[in-house]
Design a protein around this ligand. Structure first.
Ligand SMILES: NC(=O)c1ccc[n+]([C@@H]2O[C@H](COP(=O)([O-])OP(=O)(O)OC[C@H]3O[C@@H](n4cnc5c(N)ncnc54)[C@H](O)[C@@H]3O)[C@@H](O)[C@H]2O)c1
Length: 344
């Protein structure tokens, strides 16, 4: 494949850092990582690539017009992959403005500057350029009373400030394609899990609380259903979408591992019973730590994505089952306590 320059936003986050590690470790493509280093970021996640000549990092906010303009016009990317976002639903409920600023206005800022950059390119340079916006299954809202998984063109019906801000950003990205013929692609994925995920998210929270022998909080009745996608499977899908997806289109990405939250907690606790070091005397099984807590407002009961399109058009399938992926993840958190201890 021809040489590419990737501009990745949010590359110090969970998924962005996995994308960058994959590109740098498996290709000769160049990566410029833009991240404002919010609480959710970790430079340690990029330790393995930091000295590579094909990688460099610039601490910048995607809302900063002048800084982003300078970076895009100087770096001259072939692919812009936008992963920078505020991502924690609970925080979007207590402090929604940050979500609107980054997820909506930040995306707008990137679109507007990238469009100006695209217009400045010669005809043959325009051919390989793509703006890939990374988004979520949460834009489709609660599927509890629907029979089928959401398809790419189903109506958006977000419930939280987070999902509403992501749905808004998807609408903006589509509008820039329709109005300005700007070459965009959108992908919506289900819940990711794997190494280097920030401790506040469900799976690391369960693992870390269990290891610390603290209560494992489960919202409401724990019967909310999510699909779980191993992060490296998501990364392979993102690269396929960015490089080979059809311009102007949206792709769903899912692991096809749908589990209720309580089941996820029980699976992790059972795994830890088998592989973690000895617990203190008064704890017999990790699942004794599971504690139901007051539900989050507007908590969607079910998300689920139909992945027929990406499977048949781009020949992508997840390689990891939940059983294999969760075991790798639990072991990683046990073996990499230095990574998460400073973040909790
Ligand atoms: N994690 C999931 O399960 C999941 C599922 C579907 C979609 N997504 C989407 O994938 C993308 C990445 O998710 P993640 O889980 O890696 O998120 P994350 O919270 O782990 O990382 C987000 C990164 O963006 C950076 N960032 C935040 N605001 C910024 C700003 N204004 N300017 C520059 N950088 C900024 C943060 O510092 C952080 O490094 C997001 O757009 C998210 O909506 C995530």
């Amino acid at each position: 494949m021809s040489f590419k320059k990737f501009l990745i936003t949010g590359g110090c986050g969970f998924i962005g850092s996995a994308v960058i590690r994959n590109i740098i470790e498996n290709s000769n493509h160049k990566v410029c990582n833009i991240d404002s280093l919010t609480y959710a970021s970790s430079l340690k996640s990029l330790k393995s690539v930091i000295d590579n000549k094909n990688y460099f990092f610039i601490k910048t906010d995607i809302c900063d017009y002048e800084a982003i303009k300078k970076i895009i016009f100087e770096f001259k990317p072939h692919i812009i992959m936008n992963l920078a976002a505020e991502t924690h639903v609970d925080r979007s409920i207590t402090d929604p403005k940050k979500f609107l600023d980054t997820n909506i206005m930040g995306t707008y800022n990137l679109l507007q500057i990238s469009l100006d950059y695209f217009k400045s390119l010669k005809k043959n340079q325009k051919i390989g350029f793509r703006f890939h916006h990374v988004s979520t299954d949460e834009v489709f809202g609660d599927l509890k009373n629907k029979r089928n998984s959401a398809k790419e063109n189903d109506r958006y019906d977000p419930s939280s400030p987070y999902s509403a801000s992501k749905a808004s950003s998807n609408h903006l990205v589509n509008a820039w394609h329709k109005t300005y013929n700007f070459p965009i692609i959108i992908s919506n994925s289900t819940n990711n899990y794997g190494p280097f995920q920030f401790p506040e998210k469900l799976i690391p929270c369960i693992i870390i609380n269990a290891l610390n022998e603290k209560k494992i909080p489960i919202y409401g009745n724990g019967l909310q259903t999510r699909d779980w996608l191993f992060v490296d499977d998501h990364v392979r899908a993102l690269l396929k979408v960015a490089l080979f997806g059809n311009i102007g289109e949206t792709y769903n990405i899912a692991g096809k591992n749908e589990y209720q939250n309580i089941k996820v907690a029980e699976i992790i606790c059972n795994l830890l019973d088998n592989i973690a070091k000895k617990k203190s005397n008064n704890l017999h099984f990790y699942k004794e730590l599971i504690t139901y807590v007051k539900d989050r407002p507007a908590h969607d009961r079910k998300y689920s994505l139909n992945t027929y399109k990406i499977k048949h058009q781009l020949n992508w399938r997840p390689l990891e089952s939940f059983e294999t992926g969760i075991e790798k993840t639990v072991k990683w958190y046990i073996e990499n306590q230095n990574w998460w201890k400073g973040l909790t």
